[in-house]
Design a protein around this ligand. Structure first.
Ligand code: ZN
Length: 380
């Protein structure tokens, strides 16, 4: 809005035409940038199309930019359009370069079985239809051109949440590395932390593995006061900066996110949100409190079915979490709530029952039927 006003106002008066053209251009660019996030859920065909071509769709905006310059001459408008197109060009070049830095992974039997089932048999057609560029089909073994620290992550908002695939082997590896990294930093900084949410669920229900369709890591940390929040943000933020992880702070909601991709300078800082998924860890903050006469640990942001507390937060009885215990997860020891089963029951009720939390119902159904068959053949 500020940009539109800036372009529209000049010492000679108001240039309504330039302001209108810039407004139209910015709205168009907004949809190009937001399409991958909007397409987290099924959306219109045009939005799906923009999301699929997110790497270079921004460059298509050079045509309307040229038309605008042909219609109206306004130096401020020209500067805005040129800056926007320079950022789009930088994004395109970075994505092209990142696409080349991939390493080959083997898909295990279960990954392949899920992929084939969701594909309805024909992997090549399925891969082409959904633009699964990582999938390499050959006579010997089907392989996955996996993401690395230098490349963009696999677009698993699409693969996992919509197509109902297992999390890719590369992304699983990076989620594990991120979990290990943040937990070890929290221990070294003397914070009490525990595995939370789907991560704890994997540790307890899936014998210490990630859920097959995991798309983030959940850790929680106990803080005493505002000073310890400030210390957490400053010290963990410094570690992430030093070790090449992005750290975002959401002070009002009381959490931080740490992402696997390296920290970027402005204006590339926000480009991460243009990818269809990221390797991310959510670190939520809990504090000790009294709620209706009982000791609880509570957080500000809701989580699954965690009960509301007197202060308007969400929490569980203190003795379910503290003192924390340890659990084996991905082959290593992690801190977990003192009574992990009771904790999971507060979060999910009957947590042993698998919930197919895909965005797409048909993907969930196909996936459910595969698991039912697996169970039947396992018990027969
Ligand atoms: Zn990946």
């Amino acid at each position: 809005m500020g940009t539109v006003v800036h372009v529209g106002l000049s010492s000679d008066g108001i240039d309504a035409a330039a302001a209108t053209l810039v407004a139209i251009f910015i709205i168009g660019l907004f949809y190009v940038v937001a399409a991958p996030a909007i397409a987290f859920r099924p959306t219109s065909r045009s939005m799906e199309f923009l999301a699929r071509h997110a790497d270079h769709a921004g460059l298509w905006m050079s045509l309307p930019a040229l038309v605008a310059c042909g219609l109206v001459w306004n130096p401020k408008m020209l500067a805005v359009l040129l800056t926007a197109m320079a950022i789009e060009l930088a994004w395109y070049v970075r994505r092209r370069r990142a696409g080349g830095r991939r390493s080959l992974y083997r898909l295990d039997d279960h990954d392949l079985a899920v992929l084939k089932r969701q594909a309805g048999g024909n992997l090549a057609v399925f891969g082409k239809r959904h633009g699964i560029r990582e999938l390499e089909i050959n006579a010997n073994a089907d392989a996955w051109r996996g993401c690395t620290k230098e490349s963009a992550p696999c677009p698993f908002n699409l693969y996992v949440n919509r197509l109902g695939l297992n999390t890719a082997p590369c992304c699983r590896e990076h989620l594990a590395e991120l979990c290990r990294y943040v937990a070890s930093q929290l221990s070294e900084l003397n914070f009490v932390y525990w595995l939370d949410g789907g991560t704890l669920l994997g540790a307890v229900r899936e014998d210490g593995s990630l859920l097959k369709w995991e798309d983030d890591v959940d850790l929680s940390v106990l803080l005493q006061d505002d000073a310890s929040w400030d210390r957490l943000v400053a010290e963990l933020g410094a570690c992430c900066q030093r070790d090449g992880f992005s750290c975002d702070v959401f002070a009002k909601e009381g959490y931080l996110t740490i992402s696997y991709d390296p920290p970027q300078a402005w204006p590339l800082l926000y480009e991460r949100y243009r990818m269809r998924g990221e390797i991310r860890l959510d670190l939520f903050v809990y504090r000790e409190a009294d709620s209706r006469g009982s000791a609880v640990v509570e957080r500000r942001h809701y989580k699954a079915s965690m009960p509301e507390t007197e202060s308007g937060g969400y929490g569980v009885a203190r003795d379910i979490v503290l003192p924390t215990s340890t659990i084996t997860f991905l082959g290593e020891e992690y801190s977990c709530p003192g009574r992990p089963v009771a904790y999971l029951e507060q979060l999910y009720g009957d947590f042993r029952k698998v919930e197919y939390s895909y965005v797409d119902d048909s993907a969930a159904q196909t996936r459910r039927s595969l698991d039912v068959e697996d169970q039947a053949s396992g018990t027969s």
